[in-house]
Design a protein. Structure first.
Length: 265
């Protein structure tokens, strides 16, 4: 176990949705140099984008910005029992087609300004936009913190952000750290990263006072997406992100997980 301040030098959190930076990085949110949020607009509810922008403006620390990419609304579109990694994040299932019909209906009724290319295509375009927008901000000497490769509780956008950042790690060479949250839904994918190597890990206490302050900022803006009775974990463990899936046939380990039940949120 390593516990030293060097891993916070030239540090940045890259989180998919506003409040992800708080939920999965509460131990370092007030300590990193920068916080970069990816998504803002959300076509199923057009009020979410402006509310998120307000929360970012009122964030109780500086150097918090957003790429303002519109969500594709893919949550629940992957098969998490048999997950398949794709070039753009994770392979999406036929659920996308049903949502495309809903999206089209909302546009016809004037209740959505969602683009008309369909969720699957937007998900792919978001990946390309994310890589292009992130590339100028990342340098070889940086410590980058982002989602783990199973998307914490199994969120297609979280996994997409990890894949985009990991692609840039291979290109640029920065140090990539991941969060330690997981649920039963995401466990089948998480287990494909278990191996027999000993990785550098850092465990830190969650700053619960600051976490409460940030959560209230989101509540005040009307875009807090999580349970109001969520209890912060006492600690979080960060590990250097693995370079790929392992798929051991016998046994393996990863690092201490903060395991929770998504049904409780």
């Amino acid at each position: 176990m390593v516990d030293h301040p060097a891993f916070l030098k030239n540090s940045i959190i890259i989180a998919a949705h506003p409040d992800d930076e708080l939920l999965w990085f509460g131990a370092i949110l007030d300590r990193v140099d920068q916080v970069l949020l990816v998504f803002e607009g959300y076509w199923p509810d057009p009020s979410i984008g402006p509310a998120r922008a307000e929360a970012v403006r009122n964030f109780p620390r500086d150097n918090v910005t957003s790429l303002r990419i519109a969500e594709a609304a893919t949550y629940g579109c992957a098969n998490w029992n048999q997950p398949v990694i794709s070039q753009y994040g994770i392979q999406l299932e036929k659920t996308c087609e049903l949502r495309d019909a809903k999206q089209k209906a909302k546009r016809l009724l004037g209740k959505s300004n969602a683009p008309g290319q369909g969720i699957r295509k937007q998900y792919e375009e978001n990946f390309e936009a994310l890589v292009a927008k992130l590339r100028p901000s990342l340098k070889p000497d940086m410590n980058v913190f982002t989602h783990n490769p199973w998307g914490e509780y199994g969120h297609e956008d979280h996994l997409q952000v990890f894949r985009a950042v990991d692609l840039l790690r291979q290109e640029i060479g920065f140090t990539l750290w991941m969060s330690n949250y997981c649920t039963e839904r995401a466990l089948p994918l998480a287990m494909t990263y278990f191996d027999n190597c000993d990785y550098e890990t850092i465990q830190l206490p969650v700053n619960k006072g600051f976490a409460d302050k940030v959560a209230q900022t989101y509540r005040d803006a009307g875009c807090w997406t999580w349970s109001n009775d969520w209890n912060w974990f006492d600690t979080e463990t960060y590990m250097r992100a693995p370079k790929g899936q392992v798929r051991l046939k016998s046994q393996g380990h990863l690092f201490p997980l903060n395991f929770f039940n998504i049904d409780a949120t």
